[in-house]
Design a protein around this ligand. Structure first.
Ligand code: MLZ
Length: 459
């Protein structure tokens, strides 16, 4: 399926044309194919593509120039059209139907000028030589290289992993990888009694870990006694079987700033894992091994701790007390407090607690390159099977507020700029995954009837 560019329900071409939107460049997405070398891909670059403007029996090709980029997609203009944009067309640069200049010559394919402009020149060869001199094209092995990277994912189909229990986010469960698409894992909970009990996450997601991880760090794990014993042994002795996912397959966690450590009871601000549109008043409820923390949202509905959530101490999704205020964001206070009237000073006094020291938090703000208004493809983390058309609505330091086009802002999600759950425009098309288009207007609830959304569990 990779690079087939098969027709999908949603078409970015007309959407970009109509909305005049800018897409975030591929280089913003460090976890994505070609991100590092994308700087070599630029407007003005020439490629060889099928000539759809000719009446020959056999397939003919022609040179085209990249006139605009939108993520992995490019707006192309056949050579010879000059400033005439009437026949421009969008194509994904990472599909198998697009070739570097020289490909036709090597493969014995005819280069034929489009019918519309055939009359413009008599010596086409001379024209092409002039136009192509000094121009850039795709790297020779572009598509093959992409395909290789696509297939060689560290985590493979059939492997076992430990992943957050979507029904009870404070615990982990064992799951088997059913499918890997573009680095995203389709996981099936092994102990599941329900059919199609699946969960999706990227292999570099902080929700997924190697066999034995939960017990090594002291995280709650819902698994059979047998698995518990075996996995702990495996992890402790580093003796795994072929189907066990191992620590080296996952990203390393960052180092902590030297000195102080988070302690139980410390207050902070955190993205609510069950409602990613809000940043809440939170508490460190437990400190696990290897600098993992169980964070609870203050005044949340679950009293048994079933909604505590594991964040690494270096997670970009937890913030020091005062973060929202400094950045003019609305903090979500505990239930008994009125929105807008919450004061940390009073709250800390009332709860006789202290704020986690600012120096414990990672303050690094990468030069990520995202800008407000940029279009992306983003995972709906409340229903992670879905990848949807989205827009970067706001940027606060390294945080992005992702808005799903056509959906109410209660569906917005705060994500880190290095999140592995956001992708460039054209990513789904490239990897062969379904992209959810913007919610059609006629399906949107009329404003008057809209119900405010509550904290909902992952489904
Ligand atoms: N059933 C869900 C689908 C939401 C999907 C939104 N994706 C941005 C709902 O209507 O809440």
């Amino acid at each position: 399926k990779f690079g087939s560019g098969s027709s999908r329900a949603f078409d970015w071409s007309s959407y970009i044309n109509q909305t005049n939107a800018i897409a975030a460049p591929v280089s913003c997405f460090k976890h994505c194919l070609m991100s590092e070398s994308w700087d070599n891909i630029a407007v003005g670059m020439k490629v060889e593509v099928i000539n759809t403007d000719c009446q020959l029996q056999n397939e003919a090709y022609w040179i085209a120039t990249v006139v605009q980029l939108a993520g992995y997609r490019s707006l192309l203009r056949y050579e010879g059209f000059g400033n005439d944009s009437s026949m421009d067309f969008w194509m994904n640069l990472c599909t198998k139907n697009i070739h570097p200049v020289g490909w036709c010559a090597t493969h014995g394919k005819p280069l034929v000028p489009p019918k519309t402009i055939l009359h413009k020149y008599t010596d086409w060869k001379d024209f092409l030589v002039k136009r192509l001199t000094g121009s850039r094209t795709l790297p020779q092995n572009f598509y093959a290289r992409l395909q290789d990277c696509f297939q060689n994912t560290p985590v493979k189909k059939g492997m076992f992993v430990e992943v957050v229990d979507k029904m009870c986010v404070s615990a982990m469960r064992v799951a088997r990888v059913e499918e890997v698409i573009g680095g995203r894992l389709k996981l099936h909970y092994v102990d599941s009694k329900v059919e199609n009990d699946e969960f999706w996450c990227h292999q570099q997601s902080s929700l997924v870990h190697p066999v034995g991880w939960s017990q090594l760090v002291g995280h709650k794990l819902h698994a059979s006694t047998e698995y518990r014993t075996e996995s702990l042994n495996k992890a402790a002795l580093r003796k795994y079987t072929e189907l066990d996912s191992t620590p080296d397959l996952f990203p390393k966690t960052k180092n902590l700033p030297p000195g102080a450590r988070f302690q139980v009871g410390m207050k902070l601000e955190a993205i609510d894992p069950l409602n990613l549109s809000s940043i809440c008043v939170a508490t460190v409820n437990k400190v696990l091994r290897n600098n993992y923390l169980m964070i609870g949202i203050d005044g949340s509905a679950a009293e048994n701790g079933s909604d505590w959530f594991c964040y690494h101490a270096t997670s970009p999704c937890i913030f020091p007390v005062g973060f929202c205020e400094i950045n003019h964001l609305d903090i979500t206070p505990p239930r008994c407090h009125n929105k807008g009237q919450f004061k940390w000073i009073d709250y800390l006094r009332q709860t006789k607690s202290s704020a986690a020291p600012v120096k414990l938090f990672d303050k690094d703000i990468p030069r990520h390159g995202f800008k407000v208004g940029m279009k992306i493809e983003a995972v709906d983390l409340m229903e992670p099977r879905l990848i949807c058309v989205a827009t970067v609505k706001r940027i606060v330091g390294r945080l992005l507020r992702v808005h799903f086009d056509g959906w109410e802002s209660t569906y917005d999600q705060w994500v880190d700029c290095h999140s592995v759950d956001i992708y460039p425009v054209g990513w789904c098309e490239m990897v062969g995954y379904h992209l959810e288009g913007p919610r059609p207007k006629e399906l949107s609830r009329p404003q008057m009837m809209s119900v405010p959304k509550k904290r909902k569990s992952k489904s």
